[in-house]
Design a protein around this ligand. Structure first.
Ligand SMILES: [Zn+2]
Length: 188
């Protein structure tokens, strides 16, 4: 499955090489633009089904994803599990449920992201769900870029683990060589 998943990223041109500023603020020489994979419904469906297969035993009643990156894969996981797919979004920097989305103490929530790097937005989504009284039963992603699962205090299910080094800017070797840095999501 891991090789198949990376193949989908390569086929879609979603595995970029260069000097990138990740959403976590870290720098890396590789970037996964998962939107390029997920634009193909058959790929999105297959990846969602793969995550659902690994997490069905948790018996989630809802999937919660941080916007924007998690929305498409969250929808596909929800579809494969036959449960609601909600997303949380930022308002003045704070992740929250909007648009009338609700969770309750009766819900078992699976937090789903496209790519987990530091786990920062996953942790925030976990807090959003927990604040409603729901039980957070696990976290899942298409790609785990070397997050520290222990810091999530939850089981983490990823279809592929990709250990690509990410650096704080001060110790980034590409910055040291003065290679221009780009923020991939913002490129036209
Ligand atoms: Zn750098």
């Amino acid at each position: 499955m891991s090789d198949d998943v990376l193949d989908l990223f390569r086929k879609s041109g979603a595995l970029l090489e260069g000097h990138f500023r990740l959403s976590s603020g870290l720098h890396s020489d590789r970037y996964l633009q998962s939107a390029l994979v997920l634009q193909f419904p058959e790929f999105a469906e297959a990846l969602g089904a793969g995550i659902a297969e690994r997490t069905r035993h948790l018996q989630p009643t809802a999937v919660l994803s941080p916007a924007l990156g998690g929305i498409v894969i969250g929808q596909e996981v929800g579809r494969a599990l036959g449960v609601r797919a909600l997303f949380a979004e930022r308002q003045e920097g704070v992740l929250m449920l909007r648009r009338g989305f609700t969770l309750s103490a009766a819900d078992r929530v699976l937090v789903v992201e496209d790519v987990i790097t530091t786990g920062g937005s996953t942790r925030e989504a976990i807090e959003v769900a927990a604040a409603t009284g729901a039980e957070v039963v696990g976290a899942a992603a298409i790609v785990d870029r070397g997050s520290d699962a222990a810091r999530l205090n939850l089981p983490l299910y990823a279809l592929v683990k990709l250990d690509v080094p990410a650096y704080v800017p001060e110790s980034c070797p590409l910055c040291a060589r003065k290679v221009p840095v780009s923020k991939p999501g913002s490129r036209t």
